[in-house]
Design a protein around this ligand. Structure first.
Ligand code: FA5
Length: 356
């Protein structure tokens, strides 16, 4: 009897002693298996009680073994919580955030020079009484060409190298990437009655080689004014006023005859070249590439709306007259910021873009 109780006490003592040195989860589990597992030391003692013939001895041994089991389970739980607590505090210590460290600077963005220019150009026209409208980038041949008096096979189509969306059907390709914003002249007049004063911004696409003043994608602003008695003087006055608002009073402008099938008469407006100051040559005598040595840069095409177009949209051309223009936003950005090549604008090089 004494020896059974002694054995249980010895097992208990050595278990408590070993438990103190179990400092991590796996050592703790090994300890549990060693003493309290199915083949553990204390479990074996409990099992062996069945073979004790004396009832009192068996009962006393059973009670003592159960007390030992409870103590060991309690000690085990406590040790497990301590190990978990230690693990958590070392994880927390490792992840502590030092809020006094300087943060990572986030670079501030700004508007692209073309976007800035577009906004300023539209604001200038809005302040002159124009409304802003928009139209589709994928356009019908009808609006881009036909309704603007440029039928298929007309040589004027060569002025706009076209990116087509459709394959040819019955000798025609009805859908294209608009080559200019002029289709909106028709779209707007079909939907409204005079007086009309509207500007239409948007991207245009041309299948052409790039150079310092030409890109295959560029943005235009179309302008249209139709009313009783609008004259060429209104056209020249409005566009000169616009140029002064955007470029300042010192910039020189020039109008020159040009041909567009949808206006009569047609013209282009030019601004003196900002790189060679209108000389055609740089200070060191080299020819100016930006203006092709002419001293001028064309920024827009314009003219008086052709009477046939007014009639086709149901306007009385005997009563109403109008002017229209289409300007290139990138060209205006080049002039404003002194950029010598349009291709920098869409190259997406931050070293360039950060200068504006
Ligand atoms: C037109 O596109 C006519 N629709 C303009 C017009 C409207 C005339 C209304 C009469 C009445 P043009 O192809 O010249 O015309 O282009 C007009 C302007 O867009 C040019 O003056 C230029 O500033 C700009 N532009 C034209 N092609 C390019 C290009 N490839 N890259 C950059 N800008 C361009």
């Amino acid at each position: 009897m004494t020896s059974l109780l002694d054995t249980i006490s010895e097992i208990e003592q050595s278990a408590i002693g070993e438990l103190k040195s179990a400092s991590d989860q796996s050592a703790l589990e090994a300890w549990h298996i060693r003493y309290l597992g199915r083949k553990g030391k204390l479990t074996q003692v409990l099992r062996s009680l069945a073979g004790v013939a004396n009832l009192d001895e068996r009962r006393a041994g059973g009670q003592r073994a159960n007390v030992a089991k409870e103590r060991l389970e309690a000690a085990y739980s406590e040790q497990r919580s301590q190990i978990e607590e230690q693990r958590l505090s070392s994880v927390i210590a490792g992840e502590r955030l030092d809020v006094t460290l300087p943060g990572i600077a986030v670079p501030r963005g700004r508007l692209h020079p073309v976007t800035q220019t577009m906004r300023d150009v539209l604001a200038a026209f809005v302040s002159m009484g124009f409304q802003v409208a928009e139209g589709p980038e994928i356009e019908w041949d009808h609006y881009n060409f036909e309704a603007l008096r440029i039928p298929a096979e007309h040589p004027a189509r060569d002025m706009w190298d076209t990116l087509w969306i459709d394959y040819e059907q019955d000798g025609r390709r009805p859908m294209l990437m608009r080559t200019h914003t002029s289709p909106n002249q028709i779209r707007i007049m079909e939907k409204t009655r005079p007086p009309v004063r509207v500007v239409v911004p948007g991207k245009c696409y041309r299948f052409e080689a790039t150079d310092p003043t030409h890109e295959w994608m560029m943005q235009q602003v179309e302008g249209l004014a139709v009313d009783d008695g609008i004259s060429m003087a209104d056209l020249k006055g409005s566009l000169t006023d616009f140029a002064r608002r955007i470029f300042g009073p010192e910039r020189r402008t020039a109008f020159r005859c040009d041909y567009f099938p949808f206006v009569e008469p047609g013209m282009e407006m030019r601004i003196d070249c900002f790189i060679c100051r209108g000389e055609g040559r740089l200070e060191d005598g080299r020819p100016c590439r930006t203006c092709h040595q002419t001293g001028w840069i064309e920024i827009l095409g314009a003219g008086m709306v052709h009477p046939e177009i007014l009639e086709n949209v149901g306007y009385d051309s005997g009563r109403y007259t109008g002017f229209a223009f289409g300007l290139g936003i990138e060209r205006i950005a080049l002039l404003r910021y002194g950029i010598e090549d349009i291709r920098h604008l869409y190259a997406n090089d931050l070293r360039f873009l950060e200068q504006f």
